[in-house]
Design a protein around this ligand. Structure first.
Ligand SMILES: Nc1nc2c(ncn2[C@@H]2O[C@H](COP(=O)(O)OP(=O)(O)OP(=O)(O)O)[C@@H](O)[C@H]2O)c(=O)[nH]1
Ligand SMILES: [Mg+2]
Length: 399
């Protein structure tokens, strides 16, 4: 950090572990959150405070690894590798820590100024997963703060740990991945700093090795180290996720997956269309019923008849029609979608549609952002819902 500049804190981690939830809680921001991966696709900036110190917090897109594939993963990798962050807060999912540790170990190769935010501790507790936090701190050599960001638990401790790291720097040696000899030898020969040498390996291959073999060796060594640490620090009861696996065997099966998805989405659509009828009619009758009294009132105020007609038959009627047509389907569709999201079904829809979307040079999670991504899309969906309803004669809007 240069003198006089505001410290920069990066929030990195796997997709869907609660980075944006932490960001919003610490900055008061309104980053998009939701229970599927790939919502944040570019860095978002916000302000937070630790005591008297104001800091810039950067919410990065989720990435499983610093050896990247997608564009948003590259944004996260470049930010971490650029050294722009004075402290990197790695947000990890406490219910599957081993997988998250892969990214933690890779980031530690670039910088020791890391704080681990062990998020979703409420979910871990529900599944009776026990994490030995002091042991994890010893193994990784960085502060570890258990959190439940959605309930705003542990965030004060997290801010304090970030402040401590900013003030005092790393306390000691951090965990390192042990690579096979041929990789270590190639790193030594390159003369570059370790992290840069490892990142450059696919371009400067060790003798007799292909890019695929190097990638396999790097991945296997990282996964092995993550597994070692998880074995020391995490106790997961047998069958902790047995119920989820049983449900997944049906909803993700080749035979039943797509029919289940179609049936569920059709049900949501049907409830939206049929359920919106009554409130739409009610709203339409009552709002349009106000046209006449409104015209009388405006005339009594002495407004010219042309202006009264414009305000009542023009503006008021349009507003009343739009509200009565759009509000009820939206009020039904989005809570239903949120239920599916909270039950964890939406990421599975993304997974199932991934293949089809890939063929159109997109990816499955876009199917969800298309539905939930922004306000205009929501309006668009509810409007179309109404048009389809009209078309099939399901709804009976008097407007
Ligand atoms: N139960 C529980 N849910 C949480 C917690 N923190 C976040 N969530 C939920 O986890 C889901 C993902 O949260 P996000 O903040 O969008 O995750 P993200 O890491 O920013 O996701 P990407 O931007 O897609 O990488 C949301 O449904 C949150 O409400 C927590 O501590 N406990
Ligand atoms: Mg996010």
């Amino acid at each position: 950090m240069k003198a006089g500049q505001m410290p920069v804190i990066a929030l990195a981690g796997n997709p869907n572990v609660g980075k944006s939830t932490v960001f919003n809680a610490l900055t008061g921001g309104r980053q998009h959150t939701g229970n599927w991966s790939g919502k944040t696709v570019a860095g978002a900036y916000g302000r937070m405070r630790c005591g008297d110190t104001a800091m810039t917090l950067v919410d990065l897109p989720g990435t499983y690894s610093l050896r990247t594939r997608s564009e948003e993963e590259r944004i996260a990798r470049d930010f971490v590798a650029s050294g722009q962050a004075d402290v990197t807060v790695l947000v990890a999912d406490a219910t599957c820590l081993e997988r998250n540790l892969i990214l933690v170990l890779q980031v530690l190769e670039w910088t020791p100024r890391v704080v681990l935010c062990l998020n979703l501790m409420d979910e871990a507790r529900k599944k009776h997963i026990h994490i030995d936090v002091p042991a994890l701190e010893r193994e990784l050599g960085i502060p570890v703060v258990p959190c439940a960001a959605r309930k705003r638990r542990g965030l004060r401790e997290l801010t304090q740990a970030v402040g401590g790291m900013l003030r005092d720097g790393p306390a000691g040696q951090t965990a390192a991945i042990r690579y096979p000899e041929e990789i270590e030898a190639a790193v030594q020969r390159s003369g570059l700093p370790r992290a840069e040498a490892l990142a450059a390996l696919p371009q400067q291959l060790p003798d007799g090795m292909s890019a695929g073999q190097v990638d396999d060796l790097l991945t296997a060594a990282t996964a092995l180290r993550a597994e070692e640490i998880a074995l020391t620090c995490v106790r997961t009861p047998a069958g902790a996720d047995a119920r989820d696996r049983r449900i997944d065997r049906i909803v993700l099966s080749r035979r039943w997956g797509i029919p289940c998805m179609l049936a569920l989405l059709a049900l949501v659509f049907y409830i939206t269309l049929s359920g919106a009828n009554v409130p739409s009619e009610w709203l339409s009758t009552h709002l349009l019923g106000l046209t006449e009294p409104l015209a009388v009132g405006l005339t009594a105020l002495g407004l010219p008849p042309a202006l009264v007609a414009m305000l009542t038959d023009g503006m008021w009627r349009v507003l009343a029609t739009v509200v009565s047509v759009m509000l009820p389907p939206m009020a039904i569709f989005f809570p239903l979608f949120t239920l599916l999201e909270d039950a964890g079904y939406l990421p599975r829809v993304a997974f199932q549609l991934d293949h089809a979307f890939c063929r159109a040079h997109a990816c499955g999670k876009q199917s969800l952002s298309m539905c939930m991504g922004n306000r205009w899309m929501r309006t668009f969906i509810s409007f179309n819902t109404h048009i389809i309803a009209h078309f099939f004669g399901i709804a009976n809007f008097s407007a």
